[in-house]
Design a protein around this ligand. Structure first.
Ligand code: ATP
Ligand code: MG
Length: 369
C-alpha cells in the first residue's frame, strides 16, 4: 500500500529570491529516495514543501496521484525525522512514541499494540520507560524514528537524521534505518549531504546543486556513470585530468601528457578529433608502476592500509592525483620515487570541457584489447 510521490515542475520562492525553479522528480512506491547535495542547495526546502511546512509557488506535488499543494500538514499524513530528534524531554520513550497516536482517536488497545510493535522494530523495548536524557544519541534517534513511523504515515521524510551522531554510530544507525524502512515499506525521502551515507542507504539518489537536479539514479549508476562533472566530483573521489581526443578512422584514442595514448571505445561522436576533454579517473582506475609508459609523476605520499595502498602522486603539470593499488602487487613504491600512471579507459568518465556534460555513450561495450 505504499504511495508514489510525483514532484512536477515545482517552484519555491523566499521573497524575491527563487531557490527552486521548476524541479521534477518521480519517487516510486516503497522506495528509499535520497536528496543529496551540498549545503544550501535546497534539500530541506524541498522536503518542507512535501510535508507542507513550506508553501509551493508553482507546479504540483502529488501523493498517490492527488495534488497536495493546498492540503494542510495535519491532513497529509506524513512522518518526519529531524536532525536534532525533537523528542519531548519530559516524556518517557513510550509516551513520546504514542504522542502522535493520541490525536488519532484510536482505542487504547490499538495504541498499546502499535507502540509494542514499533518498539520491537526499532529495538528499544528495554528502554520504553526511560526518560530521553538517559538515552544515547542513537537510542534517541530510534525513538524519533519510531514516533514518525507509528502513525502509519503514507510518506516518511528524514532530514539529515544522523548528523548529530558520531561516525561509528552513524554507520550502525544507517543500517538500522535501511532495515526498518524495508520492513515497513513506507515511501521515504531522505536528505543528506554525505555521499557515502547516500550510497549506503538509498534505492535511488537525486544529486542536487543550486536547486537543480543534476542526475537521478541508483547508487552504482551515479558512481560509475555520472552524467556531468559535478556528480562525478560529488560522489566518490575523482581525479580530473585533461586529454586530447585523437580519431583515426573508426578508432578513438585519448592522448594524455608525456606521449601516453590509450584507446577508448565508448566515447560519443561529440568528442571531435583534437578536442580537449576532461577525464575523471577514480583512484582504482589508475595503474601505477615504475617501469611502463604513462603519465609521469612523483609519489608524494604512500599509505599502506592492508587491503590496498593509497598513493598521492604529483604529475609533471602540478596536478595532484590519488591512486589506489590493491595489495596483491608486491612492493610499496617509496615516497619521492618517479613513477608513471596508466589509465583504465574502459572504466573512466569523460566530460566536455565547456559544458562539463558526459561524453560517454551509454550501452556501448568498452572492452579494449
Ligand atoms: N526561510 C527562508 N528564507 C529565506 N531563504 C531561505 C529560507 N530557508 C532557506 N533559505 C535559502 O534557501 C536556500 C536553500 O536552503 P536549504 O535549507 O533548503 O538548503 P539545504 O540543501 O537543506 O542545506 P544544508 O545541507 O545546509 O541543510 C539557501 O540559499 C537558504 O539560504
Ligand atoms: Mg538542510
Amino acid at each position: 500500500m505504499s504511495v508514489a510521490i510525483n514532484i512536477e515542475d515545482v517552484v519555491k520562492r523566499y521573497g524575491d529570491q527563487t531557490v527552486i525553479n521548476g524541479l521534477s522528480i518521480d519517487i516510486k512506491p516503497g522506495e528509499l529516495f535520497t536528496l543529496l547535495g551540498p549545503s544550501g542547495c535546497g534539500k530541506t526546502t524541498l522536503l518542507r514543501m512535501i510535508i507542507g511546512f513550506n508553501s509551493i509557488e508553482g507546479g504540483a506535488i502529488k501523493i498517490d496521484d492527488k495534488v497536495v499543494n493546498n492540503i494542510p500538514i495535519s491532513k497529509r499524513n506524513m512522518g518526519m525525522v529531524f536532525q536534532n530528534y525533537a523528542i519531548f524531554p519530559h516524556m518517557n520513550v513510550k509516551d513520546n512514541i504514542g504522542f502522535g497516536l493520541k490525536n488519532k482517536k484510536l482505542d487504547k488497545s490499538e495504541i498499546e499494540s502499535r507502540i509494542a510493535d514499533i518498539l520491537k522494530v526499532v529495538q528499544i523495548e528495554d528502554f520504553k520507560n526511560r526518560m530521553p536524557d538517559k538515552l544515547s544519541g542513537g537510542q534517541q534517534q530510534r525513538v524519533a524514528l519510531a514516533r514518525a513511523i507509528v502513525i502509519h504515515p503514507k510518506v516518511l521524510l528524514m532530514d539529515e537524521p544522523l548528523s548529530n551522531l558520531d561516525a561509528k554510530l552513524r554507520i550502525e544507525m544507517r543500517n538500522a534505518i535501511k532495515n526498518i524502512q524495508q520492513q515497513v515499506g513506507i515511501t521515504t525521502v531522505y536528505v543528506t549531504h554525505d555521499q557515502e551515507e547516500a550510497l549506503a542507504i538509498s534505492d535511488r539518489i537525486a544529486v542536487m546543486n543550486k536547486g537543480i537536479i543534476q542526475q537521478v539514479g541508483k547508487p552504482k549508476e551515479l558512481y560509475e556513470r555520472p552524467s556531468n562533472l559535478f556528480v562525478s566530483k560529488f560522489i566518490g573521489t575523482s581525479n580530473v585530468i585533461k586529454a586530447k581526443v585523437e580519431r583515426k578512422s573508426d578508432d578513438v584514442y585519448l592522448q594524455f601528457s608525456d606521449g601516453y595514448t590509450e584507446q577508448i571505445r565508448n566515447i560519443s561522436d561529440r568528442a571531435t578529433n583534437n578536442a580537449t576533454v576532461l577525464v575523471s579517473v577514480r583512484p582504482h582506475e589508475f595503474i601505477i608502476s615504475t617501469d611502463q609508459d604513462g603519465i609521469k609523476g612523483i609519489v608524494q605520499n604512500n599509505m599502506f592500509l592492508g587491503v590496498n595502498t593509497h598513493y598521492f602522486v604529483e604529475l609533471e603539470d602540478g596536478n595532484k592525483v590519488e591512486v589506489i593499488q590493491d595489495a596483491e602487487v608486491a612492493e610499496i613504491i617509496p615516497e619521492g620515487q618517479s613513477i608513471s600512471l596508466k589509465v583504465k579507459t574502459n572504466r573512466v568518465n569523460v566530460f566536455d570541457v565547456e559544458n562539463e556534460e558526459s561524453l560517454i555513450e551509454e550501452g556501448v561495450a568498452n572492452e579494449v584489447g
